[in-house]
Design a protein around this ligand. Structure first.
Ligand SMILES: [Zn+2]
Length: 150
């Protein structure tokens, strides 16, 4: 697994095209969070070429985030997908290479949901809902008691 994927601009400027299909290491994500981690390879495919002084990168990427389930607190896998077409002015690129791995990592991070649940719907949800209903009734009873005291 590669930890980086750079696009060499030299051959593109003369009219070439680069096609890529790579497995990138999960270390492309620079995250240090208690409830978010990346352990599986990131699949990245696409192509890059230069038009009118712009680098054009069309890409499709898939990754798996590990997040803590909001219901049962266990780690669960959350599939992430990002695809699109990105344009960068060659004048804005320092050096002769463009690091697509960093770009794709940022795009995938935008797809991370604010909260996660096992398989999209936690099997423990029913237990929690029962508990939540009970505590709602309790707080209602407390509120009614408060009213009677006034
Ligand atoms: Zn869960």
């Amino acid at each position: 697994m590669e930890e980086t994927l750079t696009i060499a601009l030299g051959q593109l400027i003369t009219g070439g095209q680069i096609n890529f299909d790579e497995q990138l290491a999960p270390t492309i994500f620079d995250v240090d969070e208690a409830e978010l981690a990346f352990e599986q390879a990131v699949h990245l495919t696409g192509e890059a070429y230069v038009v009118d002084g712009n680098l054009v990168v069309s890409f499709s990427s898939d990754a798996t985030a590990k997040m803590v389930c909001a219901v049962c607190n266990e780690w669960c896998d959350v599939p992430l997908r990002s695809k699109g077409c990105h344009t960068v002015e060659l004048a804005d690129i320092k050096g002769d290479n463009w690091d697509i791995a960093q770009f794709v990592a940022q795009e995938l991070l935008l797809e991370v949901p604010t909260y996660a649940e096992c398989q999209g719907s936690c099997p423990h949800r029913d237990d929690i809902e029962k508990y939540l209903r009970k505590s709602d009734e309790n707080s209602l009873a407390v509120a009614l008691e408060g009213l009677e005291l006034e």
